[in-house]
Every structure is written in C-alpha cells, then in structure tokens.
Design a protein around this ligand. Structure first.
Ligand code: GLU
Length: 428
C-alpha cells in the first residue's frame, strides 16, 4: 500500500481493531465518516508581485468528545486524504489520553522552504481568512504540525482576532508565550514520547546506557525525545533528517548535532565544546538503513507510511515508538505483533503535544498562567496514566499496545456518541 491511500489504511485499522474489540458497528461507522472538510483556494501575493494559489484544508473529523483539535501542516505532499487520516488519528489520540476534544487537522499543499518569510506570513493569514468561520475557541482549535511553528501560530491568531475584532487566544495553541502560549509546549511532543520510554524502562528494568536508540527525523518531536533520553544516559546511535542519516555505535551527543544543524542547516556527526566542533567517528547511511538497524528502540519521527509491507521484514528493533503520525501502515500491524516488535502507537506516544495544547487552552480560558513545573507535572501525570491504561489493557487481553489504545479510545468516544443519543441509548 502506498502513502497515497493513507486514509484507507487508517480506516482499515479502525474497522479491524473495532471488530476484534467487539465495538458496536454504529460507533465504528461513525468513526468512518468525517463530520466536515473545508477546502479552500488561497491566493497569495508573492514577493515578485505575482499571485499564486495554494490549496488549504481543514477537517473537523469528530466532535463526540468536544471541539475538534489538531495541527496545521505545511508540506508539498499534503492531500485531502492525508488531512482526513491525520484528523482521524487526532480523534483517537485525544480520546486515548482522555482530553475533552474531538479530532481535527489542517494542511496546506506547499513547500514552505521555497517561500520567503513574508510570503509565508501572507499564506498563513490567507489560510485563516478562508477558515475563520470554520475554526473558533469552542469549535475547532488548530496548532502546529510538520513545518509550522509558534511564529506561524502567532500570525494566524493575529489574523483571526483582526477578523473577529476580539481577543481570542484560545482559538489556537502552540502560540508564542507573549500571545498566551504555554510554557512547555515547545518540547511537549518529544517529552511525551520520552515519558512513555521511561515507563518502558521502569517495567523492563532497563539500564539506560545499555539501550540503543535510532531516530528518523530530527524535527521538534524527534529532537526533544532523544535530547531527553540522552540526558538520562541512553545511547543515541543513529539520527537522520530528510537528506540522510548518520550512525555511530558509540552514540552521539544530541545537543552537538542539534546546534550544528541549527547553524548550518545540515546534519553532521560532530561533538561540540562551546562553539568548537570536531567530527566524530561515524557511518553515513540512508533513512532506509536507519529503519533496519538492530537497536532496542526505533523512533520514526518524520512522516507517515515509512514502515510498510515492502520493508517490514528488515525491521530488527525490539521497540518502535511512533513520534510521527502514522509511520507504520495498518498492513504490517499483525506481522510486527507476531514478531514481538512492541509498538508504542502514535496516538499515545506523540500525545504530549496535544496534551500541553489542552493545558494552553485551559490557561487561556482561565486567564491564568501555569509555571513550567506545573505543566511538566501535569503532562507527566496524564502521559503516565494514559500509558499505563493502554499497557494494562494490552497485558490483560493479550493484544498489541495499538489495539489496546484504539479500544480504549473507541469506548470513550462510543459512550459519548451513545450519550448524545443512538439506537442503543434509547433501547436500554
Ligand atoms: N500536531 C500535533 C499532533 O499531531 C499537535 C496537535 C495539537 O496540539 O493540537 O498531535
């Protein structure tokens, strides 16, 4: 299966797991029907004076548990199907970690690296002008995703507030702190994944220095996850970005790699002391080689559909922690389970981002800000509870962590759908 039909893969998984878990067909059917999808053409005045048209999407997938929540992605490969899949995963994710949100997602088909900062700002504002009546603090709350960040959220908030003529910080999360953003939102996705791995450590009695980790993707999620792991003594043996990967059995100093990448926009195997960097022993490998490494933990933290039936036989990792959304296609779930490759699914492993987005939204509604340690403590509580609920269900029923996470989410969403009024509700 190719990434073109990622939504089909996402639906297959919902139907299969729903069936195995004995979830009512009415609930599963509801989850196979996105509530609404807005497609807009976004005209942008380019720096050379011409006008270009970009396509923007926003999906409000399911609202059983609350207003829809989810990021906005800028990427050349964004399609309607991808946005639907990502919005479905947000629906499940919010339910797994028990947030009062439904799922949504947005995207623009664009290569943001090819735009100037001002073109990017005009594009972001055009997106909000098109979506201003579709989003809202009580309706649908966007946030950052791949290739979007706090700065872009700031432009979007500003545009929304100008259109509506109100202050509405709760319409968007992942904003700059000065506009009502939350402390701790920047590294929350990576920190959430790190907290999952700490739970695995506790359950398996791991000694961090014995544990090897490979990360595919060195963006916000992947970088912070391995930064925190490295600080605890884990051995980060391979790192990649979209251009390629580096490997060293001795492990890398994550901070040095990050600083080098910030400075020269290039991933390089260096060890830095202050600003003096020296090359360290390493192999240059491909992203595909990285996925096939014999490591304890593989962290796919780039894009969806990287582990498929074409390369699943190469996987040698004992654990896969999905920091990206949808890196493993449904078609290989069973094979990985049979081979005892434990997968901490995206809907749990990368939920730290949306959890702190929720905290940000709560703070905006309260008009009261929390300290960084309050945010960390509450994130820790929510992630650990979510992880253990999924873990316990998977152990008691002998099912995969993904099946357990989905089952938990289906039950939560299902009881909300029933409480809103369904056949079952009226017949009891
Ligand atoms: N884009 C992130 C995700 O996929 C965060 C969403 C949010 O904070 O609303 O979970």
């Amino acid at each position: 299966m190719s990434v073109e039909n990622i939504y089909e893969s996402a639906l297959t998984r919902v139907k299969e797991i729903g069936h195995k878990a004995g979830i009512s067909p009415e609930i599963i059917n509801a989850l196979c029907h996105p509530k609404s999808l807005m497609t807009a053409s976004l005209p942008v005045r380019m720096d050379n004076g011409s006008t270009e048209f970009f396509t923007g999407y926003r999906c409000r997938y399911n609202t059983a548990l609350g207003p829809t929540k989810g990021g906005i992605r800028y990427h050349p490969d964004v399609t309607r199907e991808e946005v639907l899949a990502l919005a479905l995963w947000m629906t499940i994710k919010c339910a797994v970690v028990d947030l009062p949100y439904g799922g949504g997602k947005g995207g623009i088909t664009v290569n943001p690296k090819a735009l100037s900062a001002m073109e990017l700002e005009r594009l972001s504002r055009a997106y909000v002008r098109a979506m201003a009546d579709f989003i809202g603090p009580e309706v649908d709350i966007p946030a950052p995703d791949v290739y979007t960040n706090a700065r872009i959220m700031g432009w979007m908030l500003d545009e929304y507030e100008s259109i509506k003529r109100v202050r509405a910080p709760g319409v968007i999360t992942g904003k700059p702190i000065s506009l009502g953003g939350s402390l701790g939102r920047d590294d929350a996705t990576g920190r959430g994944a790190y907290l999952c791995i700490k739970e695995l450590q506790r359950k398996n009695g791991w000694q961090p220095s014995d544990i090897t980790v490979a990360v595919q993707g060195f963006g916000n999620g992947g970088y912070h996850a391995v930064r925190l792991l490295r600080n605890d003594g884990y051995n980060i043996v391979a790192v990649s970005d979209s251009k390629g990967a580096i490997y060293s059995a001795k492990g890398f100093d994550v901070q040095s790699l990050y600083e080098e990448k910030q400075r020269f926009n290039k991933l390089k195997a260096v060890y830095c002391n202050q600003s003096v960097c020296e090359l360290v022993d390493h192999d240059v490998i491909t992203n595909e080689d990285l996925l096939a490494l014999e490591v304890d933990i593989l962290i796919p933290a780039a894009l969806e559909g990287v582990i498929t039936k074409n390369n699943v036989h190469n996987i040698k990792a004992r654990y896969i922690v999905e920091v990206a959304n949808g890196p493993i296609l449904a078609e290989v779930d069973d094979e990985l389970f049979k081979r005892k490759v434990h997968v901490v699914p995206d809907v749990l492993a990368n939920a730290g981002g949306v959890i702190v987005s929720y905290f940000e939204w709560v703070q905006n509604r309260q008009g009261y800000t929390w300290t960084l340690s309050e945010v960390h403590e509450r994130l820790g509580e929510k992630m650990t509870r979510g992880f253990n609920e999924v873990w316990d269900l998977s152990k008691s029923e002998g099912i995969s962590l993904r099946d357990a996470a989905y089952k938990l989410a289906f039950k939560r969403i299902g009881s909300a759908i029933e409480a809103h009024g369904t056949k079952e509700y009226f017949s009891s």
